[in-house]
Write a protein that binds this ligand. Sequence first.
Ligand code: KG4
Ligand code: ZN
Length: 340
Amino acid sequence: MIVLGIETSCDETSVSIVQDKKDRGKVLSEKILSQVKKHQPFGGVVPELASREHSDCISNLTRQVLDETSLNLDDIDGFAATTGPGLLGGLLVGCNYAKGLSIITNKPFLSINHLQGHVLISRMKKKINFPFLCLLVSGGHSLILLAKNFNKFKILGESIDDAVGEAFDKTSKLLGLGYPGGPLIEKLAQKAQREKKFHLPRPLINDKTMNLSFSGLKTSVRRIIEKNISQSEKADLAYEFQKSITECLLKKVNIAMDSCKYYKIKDFVLSGGVASNSFIRNQFKSLCLVKNINFIVPAKALCTDNATMIAWAGIEKLRNHKIGDRLNTHPQPRWSLESI
Ligand code: KG4
Ligand code: ZN
């Protein structure tokens, strides 16, 4: 089975072709065109600009992946597109493009939830049985969830305000760094010399729920920066910021691991753009070692937005459902994992 996936929910246009091989996935070709530079002057993603960019390059990227694999459209068994959550303009571009390809080839159209793509990509290279526990940390979402099936998820905890990636991005702006902020803060934190110079709060750390909160952290960072700190102190602050976020995440995932004992969870998956952070990856690796749970994290390029995860989720869907989704399926800018 070969599925072509399309991702256009935010500021990356991506097309990928993935083949189902012995239950795992082989990427035949993947293209990602980042719009980061176009949005950089505005300090964040401009929705109108994003949808125009997706519209301008989707055909070329599709042509390129087909050429690279020497496949024709007729060789593809299904066309998967992100249909939410995300920016409506971008979702419409990718979703309608996939529907068009589905109509001309008479092959299934597969509507994929972006978050489902982030969670399931961990299963592309390695067999991970359901149920497994997952921490999904991206620019728009911070979720601790139980993946019960390829399309059944139970949210155990989530951020009550800013998502983790959003907190990185906003703090990066405060520190005078660019966008996206996560990789820049990670790099700056590596230069920290006095790791205990600053102390930031650990929001909700003593709360018994699995919910998270990050908006207060940003305010604390702002107060410190207003005192005009030096460049080297900014590195110390970036380190403390990353540490505070990581400690909050570890604490809540720890609670989730204990509360899921009934399910005999064997695997923990870290996913989403923030999962490409090495400091966070290492800390979770250690937690899993202590808890005697397998630690799984996708390759860094598969943590941030990409169409391979959409194509792979399409394969999982087609394997289970055999038929595609209706062509009148509409994009949903807000679409909870629990209502797939
Ligand atoms: O999953 P993703 O690519 O897009 C969304 O679905 O949101 O995640 C993007 C987010 C951005 O907020 C970005 O700053 C963050 O992931 N991110 C990181 C790192 N790389 C990307 N955060 C922390 N450390 C990183 N190395
Ligand atoms: Zn994402």
